[in-house]
Write a protein that binds this ligand. Structure first.
Ligand SMILES: C[S@@+](CC[C@H](N)C(=O)[O-])C[C@H]1O[C@@H](n2cnc3c(N)ncnc32)[C@H](O)[C@@H]1O
Length: 232
């Protein structure tokens, strides 16, 4: 049974962890993300989805078999994992910088959590990730857009290109060019399809993309771009 956190964050308060108004410097990102998951119940986080419909829609297009290696970067406590397990996927890899997010997800999944590979790592300074066997899917929702400068973006795409198999798929969901300028109090870098295609380079083909308006638990809207690429 999930316990209600005493300090659960008021998502309408200007200084809350879910607000876009928090300008305090976030030097240590692991501390920032651990705090986000500690302060707020998962269902009130500004990126929580009851049902990850747009991701599932794109994953369906990949026709994976149940043994496909599905890497979820910056997985947080997403309900996508529950849905992939329900569909019988046996090879799910979850990575995040925040072990607090893993505590939340493991508690919700109960014994099902034993079916996943769990990796605490930093996409900007990968250690365990560098040792990973290639994957059939790189899935990222609401992570890439936190990497604001070119060097960070280069590190992200270098790792992605190292890990995605030939004919493997990439799903990236980020704030689109109309999207908010901040998320979780951190500045974000917004994208369109062309920008993502350029970052991935010529051997990744765009298979599908769409804009999606996500409604936060507070009722506010956030504009996302969902993309599906395949490596040639
Ligand atoms: C906005 S949340 C999205 C979580 C999840 N993808 C979802 O859609 O619910 C961003 C996630 O990225 C993780 N994250 C941020 N920076 C990271 C990094 N450098 N390496 C790994 N994970 C990171 C955070 O801990 C957090 O769980």
């Amino acid at each position: 049974m999930k316990s209600i956190k005493k300090n659960s964050c008021d998502i309408n308060a200007k200084s809350s962890c879910c607000s876009n108004e928090d300008d305090s410097p976030k030097k240590d990102l692991k501390v920032h993300w651990d705090r986000a998951y500690e302060k707020t119940i998962v269902e009130k986080l500004g990126w929580y989805e009851d049902f990850p419909e747009p991701s599932l829609q794109l994953i369906e297009k990949c026709y994976f078999n149940s043994n496909a290696r599905l890497l979820n970067v910056g997985v947080g406590a997403t309900t996508l994992i529950d849905e992939l397990l329900k569909k019988g996927n046996k090879n799910i890899i979850a990575i995040d910088i925040s072990d607090k997010s893993f505590e939340e997800l493991k508690t919700r999944l109960e014994e099902q959590s034993n079916k996943l590979d769990w990796i605490i790592d930093d996409l900007m300074n990968p250690n365990e990730l560098n040792k990973l066997e290639p994957v059939d899917l790189w899935h990222d929702r609401a992570v890439l857009h936190f990497f604001n400068d070119q060097k960070e973006q280069d590190k992200y795409f270098l790792l992605l290109k190292k890990l995605v198999k030939q004919n493997g798929f990439v799903i990236i969901a980020v704030f689109n060019l109309n999207g908010a300028e901040k998320c979780s109090g951190l500045p974000v870098f917004r994208y369109n399809e062309k920008m993502l295609s350029e970052k991935l380079g010529f051997d990744f083909s765009l298979k599908e993309s769409f804009d999606f308006i996500y409604t936060m638990p507070s009722g506010d809207k956030r504009e996302y771009l969902y993309t599906l690429f395949q490596r040639d």
